[in-house]
Design a protein around this ligand. Structure first.
Ligand code: GYE
Length: 307
């Protein structure tokens, strides 16, 4: 019997997949929730996950992917910091016959260099945000914009989508726009500058932030200046993290476009399906998105993160 047991152990060990995952960093609550979900999902599926946190550095990402290739992993998942620069490293993986999957953010590279991207529609997020604001402001609004990390897919897509919709409304315009790098501190700092440079947001009707976390920082800056976000200044942001629902319930925020962070299941379904022989995946496996307001903030908090 020990022979059978030994063979069984060997068979299970041999079938456990080793998958490398190069993650952007840990810049905010959305990102850390995504990392935690990927780890939990890999564990539940018996995947040996090699996790690398690039701390926002593209060079660190390239180095991590290089290591995964050298270690002959079964597959590589990349959540790219920025869209550019990926061709050489993707070609290296292809030459080593290791399939690559792009998760969350997109890349600007020949699609034949990766199997599929599993991720959200950042342009749609920008359009949804602008459509909400057009309604809430009746199409008249001077906007300050907090942008995400320069060169990152969500900063590009959200800005473009938002701009396309407000272009339909002659009385809606962006009067200030600055990057807050998707972090709370930068969001707070940039908003403090906006408050000074616009004489305490005089005439400003809304803050549009490429993510919730920067807006949380901006809310702090506005409150510190005696302004009333969520009341005198409309807010609209993206992600749907717990803190934004709490801010909505406190009356400090008005709306957020949800981007799911528990996307490990979507990602590993595709990666494992591919490793087991499925070949009919589209290049883009879309993760759906929707918009939430104080009306359903309590439900959202409960649904996603427990009481
Ligand atoms: O919105 C932001 C994070 O790529 C969708 O990155 C993601 C974005 C998310 O830093 O909070």
């Amino acid at each position: 019997w020990w022979l059978i047991a030994a063979l069984l152990t060997f068979a299970t060990a041999a079938s456990a997949e080793t998958i490398g995952f190069s993650q952007v960093g840990a810049e905010n609550e959305w990102r850390t929730a995504f990392s935690a979900d990927m780890k939990a999902e890999a564990k539940a599926r018996g995947i040996n996950l090699l996790f690398d946190d690039a701390q926002g550095s593209l060079d660190r990402q390239f180095a991590a992917v290089g290591r995964f290739i050298a270690e002959h992993v079964d597959a590589i998942i990349i959540a790219p910091v920025v869209v550019t620069g990926w061709t050489p490293v993707l070609k290296e993986a292809q030459a080593a016959h290791i399939p690559v999957f792009i998760a969350d953010r997109s890349v600007d590279a020949d699609p034949s260099l990766f199997v599929a991207r599993i991720g959200n529609d950042t342009n749609l997020e920008g359009r949804l945000a602008a459509a909400w604001l057009a309604q809430a402001s009746r199409g008249r609004c001077a906007i300050v914009e907090l942008r995400g990390t320069p060169g990152s897919a969500p900063a590009i897509g959200r800005r473009t989508g938002f701009a396309a919709v407000i272009a339909q409304f002659p009385a809606m315009r962006i009067i200030r726009s600055e990057s807050g790098n998707f972090t709370e501190e930068s969001g707070q700092r940039v908003m403090t500058d906006f408050i000074v440079s616009t004489d305490r947001l005089k005439g400003v009707c809304a803050v549009w932030s490429h993510n919730d976390t920067m807006l949380i920082g901006a809310i702090k800056a506005m409150k510190a200046a005696g302004l009333r976000p969520g009341k005198d200044i409309l807010t609209i942001s993206v992600d749907g993290v717990p803190d934004i629902y709490r801010a909505m319930l406190a009356g400090d925020a008005n709306a957020s476009v949800e981007v799911k962070s528990d996307i490990g299941k979507y990602t590993f379904d595709v990666v494992q399906g591919y490793l087991h022989g499925r070949r009919d995946y589209p290049k883009w496996v879309v993760i759906p998105t929707d918009l939430h307001t104080p009306q359903d903030a309590a439900q959202m908090l409960e649904r996603r993160y427990g009481p």
